[in-house]
Design a protein around this ligand. Structure first.
Ligand code: IPM
Ligand code: MG
Length: 357
């Protein structure tokens, strides 16, 4: 198969972890006979520094012409500490999602037996946790108008807007995922307070008739925030709006004890985007210590979701499991044992793809 992959390493540790994932993708290409072409673009703080724009047109063109985008991370402390900055790296990410039509963010939470003791939750609560969030990504309060301040600058407002169509397309993905999993869908909203949430609930109730094999539960977002740490095993597929999803997926990311291992996918159009969820981690940038496994698992998701190549995806998850079992890991999960550099883990994984599969 021929594949065009856009690489957006971004900021912080992004370039280092993406470089390791690229080694693994190349190894998969060599092993399974795929012709893979990479094109690199700028996004985030590094793009502002180089061009003044966090998502330059040149980057969009590379992404739009690709089959899949591998994205590292975005963000820089110099912007975080300056609320008055006119351009922000995050605007690049939001524009990229919108322009590429990536309306669904898929964030799984699953456990690795060898790391489950690192969870902040008690072992019996977290062992075997396996759920996935479908977060709406191009609507809601992130994009709603009007937004801004009154003339005196003493009042600020954001607008939360959802159309039925936006809810339907996201919810359908959730229903379809549930059908392939444990057939339980949780619709997360705040229908006791918000009009947008009532439209979500009503729309999902209507759609549920088309998926009689899926059991649907409706829960308020505050209750889910609580139950997610109390009974994380109660969930299978969760669907929710943009802001609730942003908050809950960060909560979900630490439950397994291995945030450095959690991948994600953004779907919605022909071009799909894959990224680790850990962010730019600026303190570690350039030190060759960042954990590359979440990015490597993101390319496993890429082979599965973007190219429907399950065997290749399994080869990648297989070598990641092997690296955990054999302790070829970075210092964050080495637990005082021998640890390896980011680049060494990448080399090891790539060589195992070639040898073991
Ligand atoms: C995420 C991030 C982004 C978001 C930020 C960086 C704009 O937190 O991908 O979850 O809020 O969507
Ligand atoms: Mg977030």
């Amino acid at each position: 198969m021929e594949m065009n992959i856009a690489l957006l390493p971004g900021d912080g540790i992004g370039p280092e972890v993406v470089a390791q994932a690229v080694k693994v993708v190349k190894a998969v290409g060599q092993k399974f006979g795929h012709k893979i072409t990479f094109k690199e673009g700028l996004v985030g703080a590094c793009a502002i520094d180089a061009t003044g724009d966090p998502y330059p047109d040149a980057t969009h063109e590379i992404c739009a012409a690709s089959d899949a985008v591998l994205f590292g991370a975005i963000g820089d402390p110099k912007y975080d500490n300056d609320p008055k900055a006119k351009v922000r790296p995050e605007q690049g990410l939001l524009r990229m999602r919108q322009k590429l039509g990536l309306f669904a963010n898929v964030r799984p939470t699953f456990t690795f037996p060898s790391l489950v003791h690192k969870s902040p939750l008690k072992l019996d609560r977290v062992e075997g946790v396996d759920f996935v969030f479908f977060r709406e990504l191009t609507g809601g309060v992130y994009f709603g108008e009007p937004r801004g301040r009154n003339e005196q600058g003493t009042k600020a407002f954001d607008t939360n807007v959802y159309s039925k169509e936006e809810i339907v397309r996201l919810a359908r993905m959730g229903f379809e995922a549930a059908q392939k999993r444990r057939k339980l869908l949780t619709c997360v909203d705040k229908a006791n307070v918000m009009a947008t949430s009532r439209l979500w609930r009503e729309t999902v109730q209507e759609l549920a008739n088309e998926y009689p094999d899926v059991k649907v539960e409706y829960e308020f977002v505050d209750a889910v925030a609580m139950r997610l740490i109390q009974w994380p095993k109660a969930y299978d597929v969760l669907i929710t709006e943009n802001l609730f999803g942003d908050i809950l997926t960060d909560e979900a990311s630490v439950i397994s004890g291995s945030m450095g291992l959690m991948p994600s996918a953004s779907l919605g159009s022909n071009v799909k985007l894959f990224e680790p969820i850990h962010g730019s981690y600026p303190q570690a940038a350039g030190k060759d210590i960042a954990n590359p496994l979440a990015t490597v698992l993101s390319v496993a998701m890429m082979f599965d979701y973007a190219f429907d190549l399950k065997e290749e995806a399994e080869a990648i998850t297989g070598v990641v499991n092997l690296s955990l079992a054999e302790g070829v890991v970075t210092e964050d999960i080495a637990e005082g044992g021998k640890s390896y550099k980011t680049s060494e883990v990448g080399d090891w994984l790539a060589s195992k793809v070639i040898k073991a599969y």
